[in-house]
Design a protein around this ligand. Structure first.
Ligand SMILES: Cc1ncc(COP(=O)(O)O)c(C=O)c1O
Length: 376
């Protein structure tokens, strides 16, 4: 059997264990601690633009707290990109709010600004109020059309929470993803750009927002010698051990971004002349994806095969690939949620495939994937 090629494996640079060992040596084996503070500072420095970062137990927790900070409450509506992973939308429901799904545009595969405005106007007409927040996603690392999205959002005074879970290191018009909206969620799950073995962060604009995030993430404890609560809180802080892994990973983040972009370039070259197969590209110089995952579209008529034929051929060669995210408006759990759009994300789901893109893959591994796809 050929060696297994995985979609996106974690890669340790070597410094991680030093920080973890220090946590053990100092007996800081709890949530919070010097590694958490250090990791937050490293991330804030990396993102630039004077952001305040709060390390949390997951990207999902970051989006949940982000929505709370934006004042989302039970009964409110929140506009969310339909073409995404369920973790973007689920926190809306945790709060008793209602997701309103908006389709993608074909260039970045992210939230369509035109449909966003259509949805905002229609919700106002139907419910008498505007949605409380807008949640675009930089899917697979590709920046959404944030200038247009923010223009619409600002026109109606609705705050934007970026889902940058997959986009650490991506740049839009010279600015890092995660610093474009009012708030942003990052993920450090095992398959992301860097990992803490599981974790996330909320990126805030102000120190006050960061303070409020920490308050909610540590059980919303009031300022009193005893345990007193006037708000519902959560246990969402990152542990000092996990943050040690994160601090070590910051030393290899640039390397990870460069490698994933190099892998994308190899696929682009490999499929250059292959009929019916296209690799998603940055639409213009304004977009600089980290290419967390390289994604292809398969046009069955030109390619003479479907994405599923290709996926199965890869699997038969012991190569992991994955269909693109199934849009939220097609998920049984969200069958009742309003949707604005046509069939863009539906078509992407039908025709799209994520290819192995992790930083541990060699050029030979990528060539093997390309050959299997070509032969399929
Ligand atoms: C687009 C997107 N949003 C949110 C998340 C949630 O992050 P986490 O797994 O850290 O909770 C993920 C990753 O899992 C994701 O891919």
């Amino acid at each position: 059997m050929n060696k297994r090629i995985w979609l996106s494996l974690a890669h340790m640079g070597g410094r991680e264990q030093d920080f973890v060992q220090k946590a053990f040596d100092d007996n800081w084996v709890v949530p919070l601690g010097p590694n958490v503070d250090g990791f937050e500072e490293d991330l804030a420095t990396y993102l630039g633009d004077k952001r305040h970062v709060v390390a949390l137990s997951a990207g999902t927790a970051a989006l949940h707290l982000g929505l709370i900070l934006l004042g989302v409450q039970a009964g409110d509506e929140v506009i969310c990109q339909s073409f995404t992973f369920a973790a973007s939308a689920n926190p809306i429901v945790y709060l008793g709010a209602k997701p309103i799904f908006v389709d993608s545009e074909p260039e970045t595969w992210n939230m369509c600004p035109k449909l966003l405005e259509e949805a905002i106007k229609d919700r106002k007409e139907k419910t008498g109020t505007y949605p409380k927040a807008i949640l675009p996603v930089h899917l697979y690392g590709m920046p959404a059309k944030m200038e247009e999205i923010l223009e619409v959002a600002n026109r109606y005074g609705i705050p934007v929470l970026e889902d940058a879970a997959e986009a650490l290191g991506s740049v839009y018009k010279g600015q890092k993803c995660g610093t474009l909206g009012e708030l942003a969620g990052l993920s450090f799950n095992g398959n992301k750009m860097i990992t803490t073995s599981g974790g996330g962060a909320l990126v805030c604009r102000t120190a006050e927002e960061a303070k409020e995030t920490k308050f909610y993430a540590t059980q919303a404890r009031d300022d009193a010698p005893h345990y007193q609560h006037t708000k519902i809180g959560y246990n969402y802080r990152m542990s000092n051990v996990c943050a040690g892994i994160g601090r070590g990973q910051m030393f290899v983040l640039d390397e990870h971004v460069a490698r994933r972009r190099a892998i994308h370039a190899l696929y682009t070259e490999g499929f250059n002349e292959v009929a019916g197969i296209s690799v998603l590209q940055n639409p213009s110089a304004d977009f600089d994806s980290n290419f967390w995952l390289t994604t292809i579209l398969v046009e069955p008529k030109q390619a003479g095969k479907t994405r599923e034929t290709i996926r199965l051929a890869l699997e038969a060669d012991n190569i992991e690939s994955r269909p693109l995210w199934k849009p939220m408006h097609l998920q049984p759990v969200y069958a009742e949620a309003p949707f604005y759009g046509s069939n863009i994300s539906e078509e992407l789901f039908d025709k799209g495939l994520c290819l192995p893109s992790g930083p541990t893959l060699t050029d030979e591994d990528i060539q093997r994937v390309i050959e299997v796809v070509k032969k399929a």
